[in-house]
Design a protein around this ligand. Structure first.
Ligand code: MG
Length: 418
């Protein structure tokens, strides 16, 4: 028979082991969301003059995705999709006449939607939104009413100051209060970065979700004194390079805090470049069209995932993925499952991130407002409506009857042996 002096410590061990396991801190999730940054605007994606050493290094240390799609080609629906894991038509955040919210809009993301921060809060996460919101600026739609513990940023796009429309000067908000009006846009990127680092430091001992939707490179462009006039690509380049600096500060802070190994950071963009803005807009590289369009340049965006110790360094994947996948991915990391009472359009990318076999993710649907424009399946994309987002200001342009199919990628199952 076992002597008592052994039994007690063993009993203690048996009782305490599950407790220790339960206390293991769930991984953090950081989503850095550029605004109107094109597929071709980063060094890692081939831009010849914009210097993005920190994002390039993030890709070299992590996973670069080359077939990653946003769910819509303009701000409001794209953000709704990211935070709900659902196509914007499902949440009502999809307009045909007005495709985004304006300062005189009365609506916003409905309370009936379950947002990612709400789902993560239930699992003990601290949550913050720092940057541009654009899912409703009236009190009932603010980030603080949609699962975020704290908010600092502008409530809609930085160009929404139309005197003709009667817009107020651009507000900068903390929580539900306007703290600066007009917002000093030259220091926004810098202030978002400091705010984000403060949030991560304050919550380093518990799991957190940081949503950092930058104001730029959406026009009008502003950079701080330190970055203005530095890039051969002009002010657009300055702005992207300051964002690159910001990403570097965030990754450095995670390392300094000792939490990099339990933090997934995803950097991507809400939609393609605003091509009609000339040099003030970005580049979709070799892809057709940009912001506002369901052609590849409007929908396919740069995407880099970084999670030291979990994501192997230097991987490039042609797997089909979407911003809508971030909701189920983050929830899986938090040990939860997506809501069952509604249709979810995203899937968890955890197998892909871990280097395991990711089940085929087909098909992907591309809407403009409430109309289905295109479908991607495997390497093929069928354009049901080939209306251009450019060309003329006429409401309907270049409408080609019939269906156009283009091969926009390789068959991932061939390329990656999946
Ligand atoms: Mg945008």
């Amino acid at each position: 028979m076992m002597p008592w002096r052994y039994v007690l410590p063993l009993a203690f061990l048996a009782l305490s082991t599950p407790a220790i396991a339960a206390q293991e801190i769930r991984p953090n999730v950081v989503v850095i969301f550029a605004d109107d940054l094109g597929y071709g605007d980063l060094g890692a994606y081939g831009h010849p003059t914009i210097r993005t050493p920190r994002l390039d290094r993030m890709a070299a240390e992590g996973l670069k995705l080359t077939q990653f799609y946003t769910a819509e080609s303009v701000c409001t629906p794209s953000r709704a999709a990211l935070l709900t894991g659902r196509l914007p038509v499902r949440s009502g955040m999809a307009g045909d006449r007005l495709r985004v919210l304006f300062p005189n809009s009365l609506g916003g993301l409905p309370q009936s939607e379950i947002t990612l921060p709400e789902a993560l809060k239930e699992r003990g996460y601290a949550t913050a939104a720092i940057g541009k919101w654009h899912l409703g600026h009236l009190p009932e739609y603010l980030p603080t009413r949609h699962g975020f513990d704290q908010y600092f940023g502008i409530p809609y796009s930085n160009d929404m100051e139309s005197k003709q429309r009667g817009d107020p000067p651009l507000p900068l908000m903390r929580g539900e209060q306007v703290v600066e009006q007009p917002a000093d846009q030259t220091t926004l990127t810098r202030r978002y970065t400091e705010e984000a680092i403060g949030f991560m430091r304050a919550n380093r001992a518990r799991p957190f979700f940081l949503y950092l939707p930058h104001t730029f490179p959406h026009v009008p462009l502003f950079a701080s004194d330190e970055f203005r006039g530095r890039s051969p690509r002009g002010l657009y380049g300055d702005v992207v390079e300051e964002m690159d600096w910001s990403v570097g500060r965030i990754l450095d802070a995670l390392r300094d805090l000792g939490i990099a190994e339990r933090t997934l950071v995803v950097f991507t963009s809400d939609n393609g470049p605003w091509l009609t803005r000339g040099l003030q807009g970005g580049s979709a590289g070799l892809l057709r069209e940009g912001k506002g369009s369901t052609w590849e340049g409007g929908m396919r965006v740069p995407a880099i995932a970084w999670w030291p110790g979990t994501i192997a360094a230097g991987r490039v994947s042609e797997s089909l993925a979407s911003t809508m996948d971030l909701f189920p991915t983050a929830l899986a990391m938090a040990g939860g499952a997506p809501p069952r009472d509604r249709v979810m359009d995203g899937v968890s990318l955890l197998p892909l991130l871990r280097g395991e076999r990711q089940p085929p993710r087909d098909p992907v649907f591309f809407y403009r407002g409430t109309r289905l424009f295109a479908v991607r399946k495997g390497p093929w994309k069928a354009h049901l409506i080939t209306q251009s987002a450019y060309g003329t200001d006429a409401p309907v342009v270049h409408d080609t009857p019939g269906l156009v199919a283009e091969q926009v990628g390789v068959d991932v199952r061939d390329a990656e042996g999946a």
